[in-house]
Design a protein around this ligand. Structure first.
Ligand code: MGP
Length: 360
């Protein structure tokens, strides 16, 4: 008997990306006028039912769709693997989750985001300073009282809001469209001025109030690491006075340095966060090969910074401060994916017996 051939070709699916020839009164596209590209929605998101969406949600989905990568044929070869893992990134992917190119490779896989959210759970406020397409913010919404999700790229912020809607947690997240570097600068200044006459309702920055800032208990950092090649060997070209001819050397030890973090050096970023917020509870999501020496150096920054302010409540916490680094695995525990470094109470309250990530 002939063996059944495994279907490997993508061709049968590719057609779904092309504009369909739906008649103008196709009910999926009624609200959008004549110039809109008509997509076969069910090809990408079989569990998304257009009939259940409001006209404005359908319009938002349709306008985000062309800005996203939704089919493997549109992925650059080095990022196609992320599409295969789409359900690890968002278990509700087929219900309509959307990601643009950068988000595909930088969103935190859901099981990891869930784990981090459990560790960072608070009945106060958590700030996600690089919210991207919302993978972390969605999980924080499930464990924290309030989430401030800050994102510089307006399209990513719309994706975060959309994806949060898919998960039904949109209302628990305050989406802030802006540069978190600007927010840190603003808060640092405000804190220095001792908030003389400020009231809790005072707006500090883009809808974030003084009361929000005071209520921040945890800061989460998941900044850009410098692209998909962050773990590749780096080639350095050197020349010396004795031997001016440049020579090329490739470093085999793939230790990731925080200086590669964007938009600023990762040590400086951490230092600014310490100055801006009255908390030492910081979770830092980083490459699996990040220098552990640098991560323990950050611990000292917390102590130094908060000990220079003897009367803050953070001092006691900071004195006890140490770092806890957790390596995070995906693919049912078979692949090391990333690490998260925890500081402040997130580290000191860690109990190795209970807080084993395999038990969470
Ligand atoms: P990866 O290392 O690119 O994937 O990303 P993989 O499959 O482990 O790579 P390979 O080299 O073994 O083939 C692993 C995880 O790191 C992703 O799922 C993202 O959550 C996270 N990640 C990757 N990048 C490039 C970034 C980034 O720039 N910023 C943030 N915050 N997370 C990233």
């Amino acid at each position: 008997m002939a063996k059944k051939r495994k279907r490997t070709s993508l061709a049968p699916y590719v057609q779904h990306l092309a504009p369909s020839s739906s008649p103008p009164n196709d009910r999926n596209h009624e609200p959008h006028g004549d110039n809109v590209v008509h997509h076969n929605l069910s090809a990408y998101h079989p569990d998304l039912s257009p009939e259940s969406l409001s006209a404005s949600d359908l319009a938002e989905y349709s306008s985000l769709l062309p800005l996203c990568m939704v089919h493997p044929s549109t992925f650059p070869p080095n990022t196609r693997k992320y599409w295969r893992h789409r359900f690890s990134l968002f278990s509700l992917y087929s219900s309509g989750c959307l990601l643009d190119e950068q988000s595909w490779y930088s969103v935190t896989p859901e099981c990891v985001a869930f784990r981090i959210a459990k560790r960072c759970a608070t009945d106060r406020v958590i700030v996600d300073l690089f919210a991207g397409a919302g993978g972390n913010a969605i999980q924080f919404a499930m464990t924290c009282n309030k989430v401030l999700a800050v994102e510089l790229d307006p399209v990513k912020l719309r994706l975060a809001r959309w994806n949060a809607k898919v998960y039904g947690v949109e209302d628990r997240i305050q989406f802030v469209d802006g540069d978190s570097m600007e927010l840190l600068e603003k808060l640092q200044k405000w804190r220095k001025e001792k908030r003389k006459d400020g009231s809790g309702d005072e707006e500090l920055w883009k809808g974030i109030t003084a009361a929000d800032s005071d209520a921040v208990e945890v800061v989460f950092l998941s900044p850009p690491w410098g692209g998909v090649d962050y773990a590749q060997p780096t080639t350095t070209i050197t020349s010396t006075a004795d031997d001016p001819a440049p020579s090329t050397s490739t470093s085999a030890a793939l230790v990731y340095s925080l200086s590669s973090i964007l938009p600023i050096d990762g040590v400086e970023l951490f230092s600014r966060v310490c100055s801006a917020f009255d908390t030492t509870n910081i979770a830092y999501y980083l490459p699996r090969n990040t220098s552990l020496d640098q991560l323990s150096h950050l611990e000292k920054l917390i102590t130094t910074r908060h000990n220079s302010e003897p009367d803050t409540s953070a001092v006691t916490k900071a004195n006890k401060s140490r770092a806890k680094v957790e390596y995070q695995y995906v693919n049912y525990g078979s692949k090391l994916s990333s690490l998260t470094a925890y500081y402040g109470q997130l580290a000191t309250e860690w109990d190795d017996q209970v807080d084993d990530w395999h038990k969470s």
